[in-house]
Write a new protein. Structure first.
Length: 475
């Protein structure tokens, strides 16, 4: 028997490959299915099952393309009701895979159809559970994401309590927990950076599995401090439930190399967002006017989903040479399928064609500290998440979380110079590019973010450990 976790850091997502005697099962696959096909082919195995723990909100699953390519049986738990053919397993049903079995445990709470898959080895011993978003390492799934549910989040939290106590916690302590997500996902509140653990250790350390915890206490703690989920979440649920275009067709459409003239025409005719995925400091030095910078080497896809409200929005991309397919792939992972081309030759080609460029001033933290000494009334904008700001911040900084920047534009003074910082420099450039595209001209990015500012003598608040009850949406 083989069990392999296939972890994708930018989404903090874990898919799983299970194999026994030439038969394989894939749990919660990502949109691009080639790695699963290649792995099974390399091992001489046939993919027999594609198992979905629930209708995912934070990414588009590859379940449909993978079952079409392999003829595998697509399995959901009870109450799933997909708009396409699938096997809806019953609670307690056993699926044979080579010499091992996979037991279906219906564990509603995160969503109504949420299902945990219990793997039993060749001797029938329980060895691992694939919990989806029911149980994370250090956390449990948030109960407010069930699409079009008649249940309140408190009622779903109650169901989750029962699922954990009646289906999961009675299992042996040595059973390994394999969740669908880790730290950085918006599907929970304070997940661990670890991506697997023993159930016994989770019973000792996970607040939601605390011995003697009442249902009322559980509901209160699990629902406390839930911030609104990213706007793309319900759209991804809809896509996963109703179906989608093949990934190959999306790649074909997006991989259109456009000359500067064609790129400009496409932007004007379609109203496409120009998405520049280069490094923040490279973007600052020169970019196409009105382009938005979300660097491919950060929490790219979740930030796209958070900041571009229309999932059908046409997108034109600027990427480092050779990374165009990666950008399109990562956009498609969160349901942004309408990439219509990329700038062939990048910004160099744009400049060589005599096209206009823009720039954003970017200064070291020490320079901001020097300017602040001369003028303590500088307008400093902290775009970190509320929990980060509450934990510690510059006394002079105003909190404008990047997640909600589009809703706070009217509060920002266009006539003042806005000094923008985040934790390390990635999010501040995203914010600056959005403000620049909205007509703000007096912008200064602070390199290195709060990590660098904390090394200056600028007045800061006393550190306060952030509450573990506050969900941090995004990455």
């Amino acid at each position: 028997m083989k069990v392999e976790q296939i972890y994708t850091g930018c989404l903090a997502q874990g898919a799983y490959y299970i194999e026994s005697k030439g038969e394989a099962a894939i749990i919660d696959p990502l949109r691009e299915i080639k790695p699963y096909l290649e792995k099974a082919s390399h091992n001489g195995a046939r993919i027999k099952y594609v198992l979905e723990t629930h209708f995912h909100a934070d990414f588009v699953s590859g379940h449909l393309d993978l079952t079409k390519a392999t003829g595998a049986t697509l399995v959901f738990g009870p109450h799933a009701q997909p708009a396409y053919a699938a096997h809806l397993a019953t609670d307690g049903e056993e699926l044979q895979l080579g010499e091992v079995t996979i037991n279906v445990l219906h564990t509603p709470g995160h969503t109504l159809e949420s299902t945990t898959y219990l793997l039993r080895d060749e001797q029938g011993k329980d060895c691992a559970i694939f919990t989806g978003d029911t149980l994370f390492i250090g956390d449990v799934g948030r109960p407010d994401l069930a699409a079009k549910s008649d249940f309140t989040q408190e009622q779903l939290a109650g169901l989750l309590y029962d699922s954990l106590r009646n289906k999961i916690m009675p299992l042996a302590d040595e059973v390994i927990v394999y969740p669908a997500h880790g730290a950085g996902s918006a599907c929970g509140k304070h997940m661990s950076k670890e991506t697997s653990d023993t159930l016994g250790h989770q019973k000792q350390t996970n607040y939601a599995l605390r011995a003697g915890m009442t249902k009322e206490e559980f509901i209160q703690e699990v629902t406390a401090g839930l911030l609104p989920p990213p706007s793309y979440f319900p759209f991804n649920v809809k896509i996963n439930k109703e179906g989608y275009s093949s990934f190959d067709s999306i790649l074909h459409k997006g991989l259109q190399a456009l000359t500067p003239i064609a790129f400009e025409v496409a932007a004007n005719e379609t109203g496409a967002v120009v998405l520049d995925t280069r490094q923040p400091q490279e973007f600052a030095q020169g970019f196409i006017p009105n382009a938005i910078n979300i660097g491919i080497d950060g929490g790219f896809a979740p930030w796209v989903g958070t900041l571009i409200p229309d999932i059908q929005q046409p997108i034109l991309i600027i990427a480092d040479k050779g990374r165009e397919e990666e950008v399109i792939t990562r956009l498609a992972r969160v349901g942004f399928d309408n990439t219509i081309g990329y700038l062939d030759g990048g910004l160099e080609a744009w400049e060589a064609a005599g096209r206009e460029t823009d720039s954003i001033s970017s200064i070291p933290a020490a320079e901001l500290a020097a300017r602040f000494t001369k003028d303590p009334k500088l307008c400093i904008i902290d775009v970190r998440k509320p929990g980060e700001y509450q934990a510690e911040h510059l006394e002079a900084a105003q909190s404008v979380p990047l997640d909600y920047i589009n809703e706070h534009l009217a509060e920002l003074p266009k006539e003042s110079i806005l000094y923008i910082h985040c934790a390390g420099g990635y999010r501040s450039m995203i914010a600056a590019s959005i403000l620049k595209a909205r007509g703000f001209e007096n912008l200064v990015d602070v390199q290195g973010g709060y990590a660098a500012l904390a090394r200056t003598d600028m007045p800061r608040t006393t550190f306060s450990c952030p509450s573990t009850s506050t969900t941090q949406a995004g990455a």
